[in-house]
Design a protein around this ligand. Structure first.
Ligand code: KE4
Length: 426
């Protein structure tokens, strides 16, 4: 078996499309060869080339307690002693559902699935089944997983690769999806005037983080809530990324907006495959076996992922954890802002809780067009300088950075030094 990242990647490309199992990992937009990781612990990834990297990808969000967290590892080990998957109801599922209902304000009932994609795909089908309507609204740059009706003007890897509208989506599907610019209340009003009573749902990332990180304008989320209520459309918050990340109850708790359905994932699996859909019981009860909307999954609610997710959620109930995470997020934002002032470089660094992104742009990024217009070449140079100096940022300007509790003390200080020096070197 080859040993270096370069050799492994050569081999991988003969076996897997693009040499990866998920496109954004391929470094296609930043250039260069992706490294292979052989182990991870705390805030650090160790590559097969024996490089130690401070990690701000955190496996795209799940590792809020750092990699290989001993509490999560022990929970998996204990569950493993009893088996890996039963295919029957099991007590872990109830504990997980109780935690989600307790922590996420709008959730009355939960269905566990195996990825964020499954959660959003189910949310759309459920909203259509519940309302009897077909059309949906999504927002340019929002990414909700690789769901046919949502891979239209999508963010994340689709946008990174320059194909936000995937091949293989029939026009008949795309015609039922209306795509609006995010943060544009006028466009919202017009769409609801034209399609209001045809709209099954509106789905969004309340803080779009697959296009960098964009914050909603004051009042925007509330106006969306009001329009959905007025027209009987289901409001779906895709909190796969922001759930349990920006606060214990996600954006809906932080901004006191109540969606009808919420898609969850990442953190609730503690690093194992997971997703969840939750929301109003009246809507959730339309799901089989109770209702007419079919949805199923061989490994849904499997004991290992549940045990890992339960451990992850329980640790988030430590009293000051979100303050500690927010403080580190602020530390990065302050360091980058100061470096921008010192160098005179046009840099925007939106940050919320333990999420941030770095855009090379003069003005605040408010939507997908703004994000596309940011300086890609400068970002890519910055990315590689940081990587060469031991800091791994997401390999695309359209991704968000994540901080874990394991970054505390040394890692965050070291990383800020590297990031600041990289900015000074641009
Ligand atoms: P998964 O199917 O990848 O578990 O979740 C899809 C998804 C849904 N909704 C939001 C808001 C998401 O961010 C995601 C997945 N996020 C990307 C990172 N931007 C996963 C990384 C990847 O695609 O490899």
């Amino acid at each position: 078996m080859p040993s270096s990242s370069n050799d492994l990647f050569q081999r991988a490309q003969q076996l897997m499309p693009g040499g990866v199992n998920s496109p954004v990992r391929a470094f296609r937009s930043v250039g260069g060869t992706p490294f292979f990781t052989k182990k991870a612990r705390g805030a650090t990834l160790t590559t097969v080339d024996d490089r130690e990297l401070i990690d701000f990808v955190c496996t795209w969000g799940p590792a809020i307690h750092g990699h290989n967290n001993p509490v999560i590892r022990d929970a998996i080990a204990k569950a493993l002693e009893k088996g890996t998957s039963f295919g029957t109801p099991n007590p872990y599922e109830i504990e997980m559902a109780e935690l989600i209902v307790e922590l996420v304000p709008s959730v009355e009932k939960v269905r566990m699935v195996n990825s964020g994609t499954e959660a959003t795909m189910t949310a759309i089908r459920l909203a259509r089944g519940y309302t009897g309507r077909d059309k949906i609204i999504k927002f340019a740059g929002c990414y909700h997983g690789h769901v046919d009706s949502l891979l239209i003007k999508a963010g994340s890897g689709a946008l990174t690769l320059g194909n936000p509208d995937s091949a293989g989506i029939p026009d008949s599907f795309a015609q039922e999806t209306i795509v609006l610019p995010f943060n544009d209340s006028q466009a919202l009003e017009v769409a609801f005037q034209e399609f209001g009573d045809q709209l099954a749902a509106v789905i969004l990332e309340p803080y779009p983080a697959n296009v960098g990180l964009i914050m909603p304008k004051e009042g925007y989320l509330q106006s969306l809530r009001d329009l959905c209520s007025k027209h009987g459309s289901v409001l779906i918050f895709d909190e796969v990324m922001t759930g349990f990340r920006v606060s214990a109850g996600g954006v809906q708790q932080r901004d006191a907006i109540t969606p009808d359905l919420t898609a969850l994932g990442k953190i609730i699996g503690g690093g194992l495959p997971v997703g969840a859909l939750g929301g109003k019981a009246e809507i959730m009860d339309f799901l089989a076996p109770l209702g007419p909307v079919y949805q199923a999954g061989t490994l849904s609610g499997n004991p290992l992922a549940m045990a890992a997710g339960i451990a992850s959620l329980r640790m988030l109930q430590e009293s000051d954890i979100y303050d500690r995470l927010e403080k580190m997020g602020q530390q990065v934002q302050d360091a980058v802002t100061t470096a921008a002032q010192e160098t005179g470089l046009p840099i925007q660094v939106p940050q919320v809780a333990s999420m941030f992104c770095i855009y090379f742009a003069e003005e605040t990024v408010e939507n997908l067009d703004d994000a596309i217009a940011t300086d890609t070449d400068r970002f890519n140079k910055f990315f590689h300088t940081c990587l060469d100096n031991g800091v791994y940022l997401p390999p695309s300007k359209y991704e968000a950075n994540f901080i874990s509790t394991a970054h505390e003390q040394t890692a965050i200080d070291q990383a800020c030094d590297v990031i600041v020096k990289a900015i000074h070197g641009l």
